[in-house]
Design a protein around this ligand. Structure first.
Ligand code: SAH
Ligand code: SF4
Ligand code: F3S
Length: 440
């Protein structure tokens, strides 16, 4: 028997890339490949890349530099670049690094099978065109293998918001929502394979508006429909924009039991002047108002956010306003970044804040966010949480799962409990997780 070819995929960036990598692996499987976790055994190495910050994009070129040696040892090795760097730089990647055989942008993944054929014919394959057809219709159907209890499900892609710092509208294209009936069908398939929790993905997931028989389904309507799938126990969604956080969706946190009390709602800055320059179209006040409404409905909601410091023109006062907003709102989880100028975006034309100042601000903000995060986490000690067990933990006899608030929880429990939700009493707050005891 001839050995099957092996594909090794490395994923950078956001959860949508994680979802896309799975889909691309399925395309490779359709072409007779198996997946490998060992890069040295691979016949094809695919980097699924991210362009959001300069560092993220640079990582790709340094990784390609390293792969040069592997390719020198094995000339049959094929190398591919997918994701947002592929979309943004296209042919330039092959010019800069001729070891690359395949460049495919996120809007062209459904054409991967023919691109793989081209690579097999020892030709360079490049496709970064935006589709004229719905790419989701052409992606391979997921094979019916068993999978872990938690899965991502893309419902919406692209963004029309054009925040002045962000590459996403250029790399992922305009906002497109998937047909709700297909989303529901995919969710049912996932559940039949053991999935108990889905995280609905979109660059602006709460702007979802899937068309069904002449009507438009909101994200709330979609959540309602997904809630009727019996063995689907939990629903989450990410990432949301404050301006699309309508009353219907806010109330859903009080009415839909399966919707978990966790929300990632990036604010970026606490200064209205900076928010305006960022083209965010919300204010610090409107953001706080949304959080107030959410907490009046779901007081225990764990809030997560994204922040950018050192945006062009940010003064000390603007930065203080960000710290004030964080102190007032309180985040249980957060991601914060130093502004990175992205070529082609409007903000990149503006004068940068000196690096030392931006670095210092980032440290200050992160120190504050870490305190809040720890506080929220240690407040869980003594509480009873519901944990969806996902996989064995590092220690023998231990399982690891996620609480409704998305904290990782370690519990001594039998493996049969994987895929079930159980009550757990939290006994300790660790660095990035909780440990608890199973309540029977
Ligand atoms: N769609 C989401 C997030 C998209 S990107 C939203 O609207 O909020 C994820 C995060 O990366 C952003 O929230 C932002 O905080 C950060 N980010 C995006 N572009 C950036 C840039 N040029 N420099 C630094 N951080 C950036
Ligand atoms: Fe980027 Fe803004 Fe769109 Fe989010 S809303 S993806 S930050 S342009
Ligand atoms: Fe990065 Fe593209 Fe996601 S730029 S954050 S991989 S949408």
């Amino acid at each position: 028997m001839v050995d099957k070819k092996k594909v090794f995929v490395k994923t950078y960036g956001c959860q949508m890339n994680v979802y896309d990598s799975e889909r691309m692996i399925e395309s490779f499987q359709g072409k007779g490949y198996t997946q490998t976790d060992n890069i040295n055994q691979a016949d094809m190495i695919l980097l699924n890349t991210c362009h959001i910050r300069e560092k993220a994009a640079e990582k790709v070129y340094s990784e390609l530099g390293r792969l040069k040696t592997l390719k020198a040892e094995n000339p049959n090795l094929k190398i591919g670049v997918a994701g947002c760097v592929a979309q943004a730089e296209g042919q330039e990647i092959i010019n800069r690094q001729p070891i690359v055989d395949l460049v495919v942008g996120p809007q062209a993944y459904h054409r991967l099978p023919s691109l793989i054929d081209k690579v097999h014919e020892n030709k360079k394959a490049l496709d970064t065109d935006f589709p004229v057809e719905d790419k989701f219709l052409h992606l391979p159907k997921r094979p019916l293998s068993k999978r872990g209890p938690s899965a991502f499900l893309t419902v919406q892609e692209g963004c029309d918001k054009f925040c002045s710092f962000c590459v996403v509208p250029y790399t992922r294209g305009v906002e497109v929502s998937r047909d709700p009936t297909r989303v529901v069908k995919e969710a049912k398939e996932l559940v039949s394979r053991g999935v108990r929790e889905v995280t609905l993905l979109g660059q602006n997931v709460n702007a979802y508006h899937g068309e069904f028989e002449g009507h438009s389904w909101s994200l709330t309507r979609l959540i309602e429909e997904l809630s009727t799938i019996q063995d689907l126990l939990r629903i989450r969604f990410t990432t949301s924009h404050p301006n699309d956080m309508d009353e219907e969706l806010i109330s859903a946190f009080g009415t839909h039991e399966k919707l978990m009390p966790y929300l990632h709602l990036p604010v970026q800055s606490g200064s209205d002047r900076i928010l305006k320059a960022m083209n965010r179209k919300h204010t610090s006040k409107s953001y706080k108002q949304i959080i107030k409404s959410l907490r009046s409905i779901r007081p225990d909601l764990l809030l997560s956010g994204d922040f950018i410091v050192g945006f062009p023109g940010e003064t000390d006062l603007d930065f203080q306003e960000t710290l004030d907003l964080v102190r007032e709102v309180k985040f249980g989880q957060a991601y914060s970044f130093r502004y990175s100028a992205r070529p082609g975006t409007p903000a990149a034309e503006k004068d940068a804040v000196p690096k030392e100042i931006a670095v210092e601000r980032l440290h200050k903000l992160q120190a504050l966010l870490t305190i809040q995060q720890k506080e929220v986490q240690s407040n869980m000690v003594g509480k009873t949480l519901s944990v969806l067990f996902e996989k064995p933990g590092r220690k023998v006899g231990q399982l690891i799962g996620k609480s409704e608030y998305l904290h990782a929880v370690h519990v001594v429990a039998p493996t049969e409990l994987i895929g079930t939700v159980k009550s757990v009493k939290v006994v300790e707050s660790l660095t990035n997780s909780l440990s608890g005891e199973l309540l029977i």
